[in-house]
Design a protein around this ligand. Structure first.
Ligand code: NAD
Ligand code: DAU
Length: 349
């Protein structure tokens, strides 16, 4: 039985990954190690909390001693590092937190795994570390072309620069120690349990509350959207069969402008929930500083080497996602109470 240490498992993608893995594999144990920042929410994991193969530990990936204890106590085979500060707008306001968690935290975690896994000149067999990174490390594209694994790192925001820095440290652990590891770089995810500071859940929530819908700049920036379960499937496949030391890009050629995304959500809610919700709610607001224009992933490597492909078309995934938020209004109410109101005021009002 393999034991996974999933860091940041109470966040959006981490919690989807834990659900995905328990559905997919019968014989695994998962330890979810999460600091529970504003973005971490144990409600996301209610249905697995009594599973005897699941354990939650509240902890910070910057806490060297606590990590060492976890590795000493449990025989960890795989580490999947989701733990991060993940929101670009917050990184523009407070970059230091991003450097601390995303860079220092990653190195502290890498080191804890290395110390536990090292054996003679090499590593114990069957161990692997996977760093969940992002397409944002490659910077911004013009009208044409895609990010491949060979595209040079050219990050712009404090968030993406902290993730690029972390990637370079992960690479250093392979180049220097030959630690068994992979880096995955995924495009924008959407789906259940995403915190409503990100575009899709924010727009859904605002539509349902008939709040204005803030669109940065001209609304023509492009993101390459991937349904979160397709991302989870890719991580599982890279963990199992990815060649050690390699980077894998993950994305499904679902490029859409922001205004298209917003109009798609308005149209569904107008037709199915509340006909008074319409495009008059749209407000073009000041652009994000250093706003990357276009992201687009070339997923050829993961497709040909590992046979991964995205199963969910954007048109289906966005409807599933809107329906999930409609069916889980309590979840949205919980996460938007308290601190979220202050964040929203500072950002938008
Ligand atoms: P999220 O903000 O929803 O969740 C982050 C989780 O990490 C939270 O549960 C939080 O409590 C935890 N965390 C934060 N700091 C921590 C620390 N110091 N120690 C332990 N836990 C800590 O993020 P997400 O959207 O689920 O993203 C997960 C990972 O995937 C991140 O590394 C992000 O960079 C990467 N990623 C995200 C996307 C996306 O579209 N959301 C796309 C590509 C890559
Ligand atoms: O590309 C992968 C990245 O995708 C991940 O690494 C990040 O963790 C994740 O947050 C996401 O980053 P983005 O900045 O692309 O996501 P966000 O949802 O914040 O914004 C998507 C687009 O929508 C972006 O062009 C900015 C725009 N936007 C966003 C918000 C919150 C708006 O126009 N209005 C808004 O209110």
């Amino acid at each position: 039985m393999k034991t996974y240490l999933v860091t940041g498992g109470a966040g959006f993608i981490g919690s989807n990954f834990i659900h995905y893995m328990f559905k997919k594999h019968e014989n695994i144990k998962i330890i979810n190690y999460d600091k529970l920042t504003y973005a971490g929410n144990l409600e996301n994991l209610k249905s697995v909390e009594n599973n005897s193969n699941y354990l939650f530990i509240q902890g910070d990936i910057c806490d060297k001693d606590k990590l060492q204890q976890v590795f000493e106590k449990h025989d960890i085979d795989y580490v999947v590092n989701f733990a991060a500060e993940s929101h670009v707008d917050r990184s523009i306001r407070e970059p230091e937190t991003f450097v601390k968690t995303n860079v220092l935290g990653t190195v502290t975690l890498l080191n804890a795994a290395k110390n536990d896994w090292i054996l003679g000149d090499g590593f114990k067999s069957g161990k692997k570390y996977l760093q969940v990174s992002t397409d944002e490390v490659y910077g911004s594209l013009g009208k044409d072309g895609y990010f491949t694994e060979k595209t040079p790192l050219d990050s712009h925001s404090p968030y993406s620069s902290s993730k690029a820095s972390a990637d370079l440290m992960v690479k250093a652990y392979y180049d220097t120690y030959k630690m068994p590891l992979n880096i995955t770089r995924c495009s924008n995810n959407y789906g259940a349990y995403q915190f409503p500071e990100k575009l899709i859940p924010l727009i859904i929530n605002n539509c349902l509350n008939k709040r204005e819908l803030p669109i940065y700049g001209d609304g023509l920036n492009i993101r390459d959207w991937l349904y979160v379960e397709d991302h989870c499937k890719a991580i599982d496949m890279v963990m199992e069969n990815g060649k050690v030391g390699q980077v894998y890009n993950i994305g499904g050629h679902n490029e859409r402008t922001n205004i298209h995304i917003v109009k798609t959500i308005i149209s569904y809610i107008h037709d199915n929930v509340d006909s008074s919700v319409d495009e008059s709610l749209i407000r073009y607001v000041e652009d994000r500083k250093g706003h990357d224009r276009r992201y687009g992933i070339d997923p050829e490597k993961i497709k040909t080497e590992l046979g991964w492909y995205p199963e969910t078309r954007f048109e289906d995934g966005i409807i599933k996602t809107i329906k999930w938020y409609l069916d889980n209004k309590d979840w949205m109410e919980n996460v938007t109470s308290g601190d979220y109101q202050n964040y929203y005021k500072k950002m938008y009002l």
